[in-house]
Ligand binder design. Structure first.
Ligand SMILES: [Zn+2]
Length: 379
């Protein structure tokens, strides 16, 4: 049996930062200044108490699921099949600007889809929006999907019309379809893909499997133990879902990438693998753009999305944006969507929250596109 627990430090001998740096195999959900929220087995929770941390059980996982994972909470979210149908419809109804691409296949042979938006092929100015590396983060499918739908329906008016003349926007809302399907049918809190590991456990964390500084950390949030939720995999790019994104990025050479996750309401930029900052002028550029997005998001419904370097949240090696920035030097962001806290549902965001989450993220996404597409041309 597992529990969802709030962990606080009981004194200087057990700082929270130390907990994040230990390879304890914990499923860490939330990192705040004075506490963590995590899912742990009872044995793990006992071990934390022995280490000197204070544990407050918030829910048994079962009771959390029965409170939040109701029939109502499924309505309004896509399945892999309904996403495919909707993407196909966007492409079929708008052949002059939209084209559906299968960019790869998952471990269980599900297609991974990306919608290419723009008037012509082979333009040089391109960017990408990704969703759902992590299976249980359902809202991270909906925001990029709604972005694609919005861009298609506004293709005849500026600024979208202008962007579609200038270049291409690629949207892949569900990088991990096997995991997502598994959260619909078996375990709502599944995170990884559905790889069978040699030790019999299941799943690699696709957002730890990218090939920049891959495997250089061994902590709870970037683990080398196959059964752990953040298992990095046997080698960089071992997973077909991650290969699909790698091949797309390598082929299209995007000028910017934004990948959606949930939850906690954060705007993150590299690095994740180290606390050292990226070099200027890139640091300035990404920090400024993140601050802009924060201000824009807050202006819609008053929600705060905290801006920070990814490693300030917790250390991760092999994530998407460390790779896109480290390998290609392009502005790369991770946005952790609603809600702010586990008490508001955590990974199980009520479907009534899809629309407002989209509404506040729409102008931030458009701001990022404008930053990439409307730059003054180099003299
Ligand atoms: Zn995630």
């Amino acid at each position: 049996m597992s529990v969802i627990a709030k962990v606080t430090s009981s004194g200087p001998q057990a700082p929270l930062s130390q907990l994040l740096l230990a390879p304890l195999g914990l499923d860490i959900w939330e990192v705040k200044a004075d506490h963590l929220v995590l899912q742990a087995t009872e044995a793990q929770a006992e071990r934390l108490e022995h280490m000197g941390y204070s544990i407050e059980q918030l829910h048994e996982t079962e009771s959390y699921l029965s409170a939040f994972a109701t029939d109502d909470a499924v309505t309004g979210y896509h399945s892999a099949a309904s996403l495919e149908a909707d993407l196909r419809r966007l492409a079929t109804d708008n052949p002059e600007i939209a084209e559906l691409h299968e960019i790869g296949r998952s471990v269980e042979n599900r297609p991974i889809w990306a919608l290419r938006l723009g008037q012509r092929r082979g333009s040089t100015l391109k960017m990408a929006f990704l969703g759902c590396h992590h299976a249980r983060e359902w809202i991270s499918v909906e925001v990029p999907y709604l972005l694609a739908e919005y861009l298609v329906t506004h293709a005849a008016t500026d600024p979208v019309q202008h962007w579609f003349q200038e270049g291409e926007i690629w949207v892949a809302p569900m990088v991990n379809p096997d995991g997502h399907e598994y959260t619909r049918t078996h375990n709502r809190l599944w995170r990884k893909n559905r790889r069978r590991n040699p030790d019999g456990s299941m799943g690699v964390d696709p957002n730890r499997n990218y090939g920049y500084m891959w495997g250089t950390l061994d902590v709870s949030t970037s683990s080398h133990v196959p059964r752990d939720d953040t298992y990095v995999g046997p080698r960089a790019f071992s997973e077909p879902e991650v290969q699909a994104v790698r091949n797309l990025v390598a082929r299209e050479l995007f000028a910017g990438v934004l990948t959606y996750h949930s939850y906690s309401q954060l705007i993150l930029f590299p690095w994740g693998y180290t606390s050292k900052p990226i070099a200027d002028p890139d640091h300035h550029e990404m920090q400024d753009l993140a601050n802009d997005m924060q201000r824009i998001i807050r202006g819609v419904h008053g929600e705060t999305y905290t801006v920070e370097q990814s490693s300030q949240l917790y250390p991760t090696a092999g994530d998407t944006t460390d790779w896109t920035y480290g390998e290609y030097g392009i502005p790369s962001f991770t946005i952790e969507l609603r809600p702010q806290t586990q008490a508001e549902g955590g990974f199980i965001l009520p479907s009534s929250q899809i629309q407002p989450t989209w509404e506040e993220n729409r102008p931030a996404a458009l701001r990022f596109i404008s930053h990439i597409f409307d730059k003054p041309a180099d003299a």
